[in-house]
Design a protein around this ligand. Structure first.
Ligand code: PLP
Length: 387
């Protein structure tokens, strides 16, 4: 079970630490000497329950999640996250206000845009707080709060934003919570999950698909304020004409069954457990954040040295530490860049089809050494092609 350490910058699914995968591979065959693997045991067996409980406990410890908040897991991905938010959060809003209200969306890239489209598709009346593309003509910045339309708390079940826009490489340094007093804040952290400390007391819900920073595809992690788990009955919601969530995505139901209302992908959760264990051993979330800052600074500063060759489309204040988006000024060099990078075993660099150019994803498992190799390549390529 050996492999050469990869230098892989794909946006997701993403590289995981080799040591985690080696342990997981053993556990897939024979978990804790049970003579059966972690993907084969029942999610209701003692070993299955322990995997879920440990993973929750590690996450709470590592990310300093307060007791006011609950952690749970669901199948599906980030999409299941933003699809299941409107029905769930309007239900808890209706418990207090007797109506669904109008979900509010901060749109800074394609994932928050999709989340808002989904809420519309499900029949909710949404409010747009700001759409960065409408302000700037493109995604690549977080508009100043003076340009936002702040919704009214009495009409607004939640304000939704995407903390890190994976495709456009736009990341919030700090969401302007002060502007949203009395409104639950919901964040999609699929692509910067566990990459930095988070003050959970400011959030109603944080969710993230596992397959970038914490595991493999198949699980989404949710952190929800417990006070939000109180819903009207299905009959009451019907009377109010509020759409209800499918049972497997009904948050109070899943929480009441400790994430095992239906079959949880136990093996995928176990991989998260191993990733968390390793993060705790390696000094915790602050250390990981420092490493992520160092890695992204190295790459951005190298790209900035060659403005004749590289273009950085994201404004400096909104640059993502996780997804470094850049384009080559001469597009005809794109294929050569990717080919030469691949020849040096630097993989996963092609940008998203909607943006073009390149994207280097520097998730937690990508080492500083890998980023040094990439920065060196970026430098050599620029020198070679600079007139
Ligand atoms: N949200 C963000 C920020 C993402 O990056 C992605 C996927 O890349 C998604 C949501 C959708 O995730 P999934 O493909 O797991 O549904």
């Amino acid at each position: 079970l050996e492999r050469k350490e990869p230098n892989y910058f794909g946006a997701g699914p993403a590289q995981l630490p080799t040591s985690v995968l080696q342990q997981a591979a053993k556990d897939l065959i024979n978990f804790q000497d049970l003579g059966i693997g972690a993907g084969e045991i029942s999610h209701r067996s003692p070993a299955g329950v322990e995997i879920v409980d440990n993973t929750k406990a590690y996450l709470k410890k590592l990310w300093h999640i307060p007791d006011t908040h609950e952690v749970f897991f669901l199948q599906g991905g980030g999409t299941t996250g933003f699809s299941s938010i409107p029905t769930n959060l309007t239900a808890s809003f209706a418990k207090k206000h007797g109506k669904a209200g109008k979900p509010a969306y901060v749109i800074t890239g394609n994932w928050s845009s999709k989340a808002r489209e989904e809420a519309d598709r499900l029949g909710f009346e949404t409010q747009v707080v700001v759409n960065a593309k409408a302000v700037d003509g493109k995604f690549g910045d977080i508009p100043d709060v003076s340009k936002w339309n702040i919704p009214k708390p009495e009409d607004t079940p939640y304000v939704y934003y995407c903390d890190n826009e994976t495709v456009h490489g736009v990341e919030f340094r700090e969401f302007p919570f002060d502007q949203f007093k009395g409104i639950e804040v919901v964040a999609d952290m699929s692509s910067d999950f566990l990459s930095k400390p988070v003050d959970f007391s400011k959030y109603g819900v944080v969710f993230g698909g596992a397959q970038k920073n914490v595991g493999i595809a198949g699980v989404t992690i949710y952190i929800i304020k417990k006070a939000l788990l109180d819903y009207p009955t299905v009959g009451e919601l019907r009377k109010l004409d509020i759409p209800i969530a499918p049972i497997a995505f009904d948050y109070p139901t899943v929480v009441s069954k400790d994430s095992a209302y239906n079959t949880i992908p136990t093996f995928a959760v176990h991989i998260i457990e191993l990733v968390l264990e390793r993060l705790i051993k390696n000094g915790g979330i602050k250390n990981q954040e420092q490493e992520n800052i160092k890695k992204s600074n190295l790459l951005y500063s190298t790209l900035e040295k060659y403005p004749a060759i590289y273009n950085l489309p994201v404004s400096k204040r909104a640059r993502s530490r996780m997804n470094v988006v850049f384009t080559l000024k001469d597009k005809s060099l794109d294929a050569i860049f990717l080919k030469e990078a691949a020849a040096q075993k630097l993989g996963g660099l092609k940008g998203h089809r909607s943006v073009g150019g390149m994207r280097a994803s520097l998730y937690n498992a990508v080492t500083y050494h890998s980023v040094e190799l990439l920065a060196q390549f970026v430098e050599n390529f620029a020198k070679e092609h600079q007139q």
